[in-house]
Design a protein around this ligand. Structure first.
Ligand code: URA
Length: 237
């Protein structure tokens, strides 16, 4: 169930604030009855009518994209940079679930389903976000242990659920580390490595929950299947 004003706004009829005014003014009917209470929750099947016009609800859409470098995960940008929602042709007001930096690539979900987005992002649901980070320098066991003990970011301790050194390149003095986290703090992976003395040269999200970029070239996307959507809903704690 969702709040009436949210459903009206999502339909494109008007903004959420104006929808709230219309509700207070007694102009909104749900299943034939005037509703004036703002927090009223409605089911998908409920009929909403404003000024004799039936409000058609926006259908939920779900996408997985292999985000390319040089694109921002936002729905608009004041600096006129490329935005990720421009890569998916749809009329629905989809938005990215969590953020990947401008220069980060990999698995990103976009949807207009707020509940679905919350399940994927809330740390309590322990949805894996698996990253491959290329580091400047070669990390040692001691520094990996420090990461595993937890790093304080924004006054809270973040503990990766897994850290694994995958590759070492002595010639370029770089290494590749796979790190799995459950939160989505701003620049989290870069800041965690920075805390143990490493700059992240390249970052790719390999997996979020059950979703990997397998089969998707950079910039390619696909719709999620109803089964995949159901699996995500089943993760809610
Ligand atoms: N952590 C980062 O530092 N950047 C990202 O884009 C994602 C996670």
């Amino acid at each position: 169930m969702e709040r009436l004003q949210k459903v009206i706004a999502a339909s494109g009829y008007t903004s959420r604030r104006k929808a709230e005014e219309l509700i207070k003014q007694g102009k909104v009917k749900v299943n034939g009855k005037v509703v004036t209470e703002l927090g009223t929750k409605v089911f998908d099947r409920d009929e909403i009518v404003i000024d004799n016009k039936i409000i058609t609800k926006e259908t939920k859409e779900y996408y997985l994209i292999n985000k390319p470098r040089g694109v921002i995960t936002s729905t608009d940008d004041d600096k006129n940079r490329k935005i990720v929602t421009d890569l998916i042709p749809t009329e629905a007001r989809i938005y990215p679930v969590g953020r990947l930096d401008y220069d980060t690539t990999g698995a990103l979900i976009l949807t207009n389903d707020g509940d679905f987005a919350n399940i994927l992002t809330h740390p309590k649901n322990k949805v894996d976000k698996v990253y491959l980070a290329k580091l400047e320098g070669i990390i040692k066991g001691e520094q990996i242990n420090k990461l595993k003990e937890g790093i304080i970011l924004d006054h809270t301790k973040v503990i990766p659920s897994r850290v694994k050194l995958k590759k070492v390149n002595n010639e370029t003095n770089t290494c590749i580390v796979e790190i799995t986290i459950h939160e989505g703090k701003n620049h989290q992976v870069k800041r965690m490595f920075e805390a143990v003395g490493f700059r992240v040269e390249k970052l790719k999200r390999e997996r979020i929950g059950i979703f990997t970029t397998e089969g998707l070239q950079s910039g390619e996307f696909r719709k999620l299947t109803p089964k995949e959507v159901a699996i995500v809903y089943s993760l809610k704690k």
